[in-house]
Ligand binder design. Structure first.
Ligand code: ATP
Ligand code: MG
Length: 293
């Protein structure tokens, strides 16, 4: 029987969420002693725990069928190794969000990427940075560094950097100013574009169906509230992505009903305030653990 191998980051920002996501799909693994290969117990999907930089290459080389990695790395390796293709993004995921941004020393007069034409830019993402700058007609001299990119301008080895940013704290600590965002990235599930056996593709479809259920459920909330009977339509319209609520009698209060609905889109505090404004009380929001549409 065929099995599918999924490469995930061994230890780092994506590890916990990647493993958690697969476990939410009902996958259980027997951990091996060397911790590099985990055997899938109830479902024929195994894990390979590696450095995130290696994941796209493992897919391109056919060692693994699937991998969870940042779009930043997938794009970089495809550009470096494969003319920008070779991996298929199956699903973007809701973690690992960051941006690849250009940053310059605080004292720099540059105001956009265009001002960096001919400048030396330090980065760990040489191919991606070059491609994104070229799209804007900027030709830069790339200084490739594998880490600590943010210290390059201070050392005088670069005029600017192109690096991953999430909060901007590292930039500020190094007296750098974010100049322009080049690329937004999240983690994503990738497969190699190489054809799969029929058996593996059936297995992949089963895994994706489970994954879609989990991803949908993460956004979904089950909402219960009390509402004036004559406000049911207004209140339903205020619930994001909700259809066909259940409306039930509330014993002893003829003018009010209990309303239950599944919201398929993110529910913000603003939505709850609007519901309250429309007369809703006793508003409860519950997570949805699994969903099979
Ligand atoms: P490894 O040892 O596996 O090579 P790493 O140090 O290269 O780990 P991490 O720092 O764990 O990698 O980051 C993994 C991914 O997390 C990045 O490639 C990126 O997609 C995402 N990420 C999210 N926020 C940030 C951030 N602020 N800085 C860097 N990466 C981030
Ligand atoms: Mg890495």
């Amino acid at each position: 029987m065929s099995r599918i191998r999924v490469a995930i980051q061994k230890s780092g920002r994506l590890s916990e969420s990647s493993l958690g996501l697969l476990q939410s799909c009902g996958l259980r693994f027997a951990k091996s002693k060397d911790k590099l290969f985990w055997y899938g117990q109830d479902f024929p999907v195994d894990l390979l725990l590696v450095r995130d930089d290696d994941i796209p290459r493992l897919l391109l080389d056919g060692v693994c069928e699937l991998g969870i990695v940042g779009q930043n790395i997938a794009r970089e390796v495809m550009l470096e190794r494969n003319g920008g293709s070779g991996l298929e993004e199956l699903r973007p995921l809701q973690f690992g969000g960051c941006r690849l941004s250009l940053a310059v020393p605080e004292a720099s007069t540059a105001s956009s990427a265009k001002d960096l034409d001919g400048a030396r830019i330090a980065t760990s993402y040489p191919a991606l940075t070059r491609a994104l700058l070229e799209e804007q007609g900027v030709s830069a001299r790339i200084v490739e560094l594998s880490g600590s990119v943010e210290i390059a301008p201070g050392l005088g080895t670069a005029d600017a950097i192109s690096d991953l940013v999430s909060t901007g704290t590292t930039l500020r600590a190094n007296h750098l100013r974010e100049l322009q965002e080049l690329f937004r990235s999240t983690a994503a599930l990738y497969r190699s574009a190489a054809p799969m056996s029929e058996e593996s593709s059936t297995l992949l479809d089963r895994l994706l169906a489970r994954l879609d259920g989990v991803l949908q459920a993460q956004e979904c909330k089950y909402v219960m509230l009390h509402a004036p009977r004559d406000q049911v339509d207004t209140i339903t319209a205020l619930l994001p992505g909700a259809e066909h609520p259940s409306v039930m009698e509330l014993e002893g209060t003829p003018g009010r009903v209990a309303l239950h609905a599944v919201c398929r889109e993110t529910l913000f505090w603003e939505h709850l305030e609007a519901l309250k404004g429309a007369g809703a009380t006793a508003i409860l929001v519950l997570p949805v653990e699994k969903m099979l549409a």
